[in-house]
Write a protein that binds this ligand. Sequence first.
Ligand code: ADP
Length: 479
Amino acid sequence: MKHLKNYINGNWTDGDSGSFPVYNPATGEVLATVPKVSENQVWAAVDDAETAFLSWSRETAETRSNHLRRLYDLILEKEEDLGQTITLEQGKPLKEGIGEVRYGASFVQWYSEETKRVNGEMIPASHQDKRIMVLKQPVGVVAAITPWNFPFAMITRKIAPALAAGCTVIIKPASQTPISAIKIMELVEKAGFPKGVVNLVTGDAASIGKALLDHKKVKKITFTGSTEVGKALYREAADTVKRISLELGGHAPFIVFDDAKFPDCIQGALASKFRNCGQACISSNRFYVQKGIQKKFIEKLKSNLKNFRLGNGLTSGTDLGPLIDEKAYMKVSDHVTDALSNGAVMEYQGEVPAKNPHGGGGYFYPPTILSGIRQDMKIYREETFGPVIPIITFEEETELLTMANDSDYGLAAYVYTQDLSRALKISEALEYGIIGLNDGAPSTAQAPFGGFKESGIDREGGSYGIEPFLETKYISIGL
Ligand code: ADP
């Protein structure tokens, strides 16, 4: 059995509180064990990161840029191996695993360049003998708490801008998927980042979370995960007034008007719904389809889904992997059962691989289409995180907009129409941070990713994504 280690202050370290196993969600086998750190170890790691901050924050932008660029090159050299690691511990098909590595790498590349553009400002003063200077400075030690659904890219999307800003980081990956994080640390070491600049701790989420929140030297939390945990962190960060960025849940509407272009809307629906088996916060979760094309839309979806192959992500030709664990499986199946018992219609359900689902192997859920979805069904309000397309029929644009905005979430929304005026009006009126307008795959390194309402605070990506790691300092100068 392979035992992997944490990376703290440039050392490969074991946990004072034992270790825990990491499973392959496709087979149930144990892949490795990883350390369980104690609160004291987390505390010491923060002290080390604070010491490293004193020098890393003073490095030139060029030096920081060179380190990030080296990391980017190393990631690309290893993309096949990293993609396989993602597939092994997370379940997604290998082509998606490698796609995630490239997506994750693109943030490292982008911020290796953006670090040179953290500019200040001179503002005209009201007196001839005064000057107003504004500087941008790194906030300090950053705690990055990341989820299991994108175990590679959610880390790089956070640490690349943090490091570019001049911060040092402690990463706490999801317990289901720490191996990808450990592989990133191997490359961080190889890229020559000074000790203490990037650190990784694994173990009990609540106790690590507590240590990171209690420690005054952690100046910022950047979190991606459930709304429930995000809200708790937000509350607890208040005691030391930590800066906090949150990227939480979503419940994306996917809106298809009668004039939508085919097959674009079908391809968009498949991309936004089935990537990572629906386990993404920007996954479409409510499909509003205008009455005139509903039949055609369902028929086209069905004919595409018939070719979808469910299975182990390492097997070539697999389109859909397993769900991450039993809890995830039970939630998806509960949403479908609840909808059916309240009058929804099962339009399509694919086949499940023969050896499944509760027999100690993977938790495979087949692609499913439901119609006749109503607002009182669970699937209408809660994040399903699975391969289910729930369809709601609409007739008028005004009723559609009210329904689409009727959610506590506000992360992503998708709209398919060829009418330019309608497209722009509805994009402006949707209360969501990301709009895929005739586009089912909007995520990209240079654009701001983040949500309205309870979907989060701040943005990741592009020039917006470095701001949350910077403080603004004003120097008033008398001449
Ligand atoms: P999910 O439901 O998708 O697993 P979570 O919000 O539970 O999402 O997990 C996202 C990240 O937050 C993971 O790294 C997880 O270990 C971590 N986490 C969970 N609970 C806590 C907590 N109390 N304090 C800090 N981090 C936590």
